[in-house]
Design a protein around this ligand. Structure first.
Ligand code: DQA
Length: 146
């Protein structure tokens, strides 16, 4: 089964929003780079981004039985959403949480993650390269070839 790359709110503005914090690469660049790493380790990658929490929950529910693992940058929902965390346990697959920035070096409200306790791994502060690291980590967890 493919792996699923999920990006939460505002990540469609990558490359435009606060490039000093998030860099100049776009979401398309991120998806392309992640898919390339997935291909290297013999995994197919499906990507989804939304600014609507309910749509994200529905997409995660639909992943049950259909994907082997999930890489997610939950954006600001990281710090706010019990509903997202509850949804992420539904597919019963490994989750790797990614943040482009080092959330722990930023405002206090970014230090807590509702997602981290149910994640197999958390990557923060590596820039968009973190997505590639996350795909490699997920590959190790789901038994990819790489
Ligand atoms: C983010 C960090 C979050 O605090 C923020 O709300 C984002 C992006 C990151 O990738 O660094 O939207 O998840």
């Amino acid at each position: 089964a493919p792996i699923l790359l999920l990006n939460g709110p505002n990540l469609n503005t990558l490359g435009v929003r606060q490039p000093d914090v998030y860099g100049s690469a776009t979401l398309d660049d991120v998806v392309e780079a992640s898919a390339a790493v997935a291909a290297e380790v013999g995994l197919e990658l499906v990507a989804f981004q939304t600014n609507h929490e309910g749509d994200m929950l529905d997409r995660i529910h639909a992943a049950r039985g259909a994907v082997s693992g999930i890489v997610i940058n939950p954006g600001a929902w990281t710090h706010t959403s019990v509903a997202l965390r509850d949804a992420l346990v539904v597919p019963e697959v490994p989750i790797v949480e990614v943040h482009i920035s080092n959330v722990h070096a930023r405002e206090e409200f970014r230090h807590h993650s509702y997602v981290s306790p149910i994640a197999a791994a958390v990557i923060a502060g590596c820039g968009i390269a973190g997505y590639g690291y996350a795909v490699r980590t997920l590959s190790d967890l789901v038994g990819g070839i790489g």
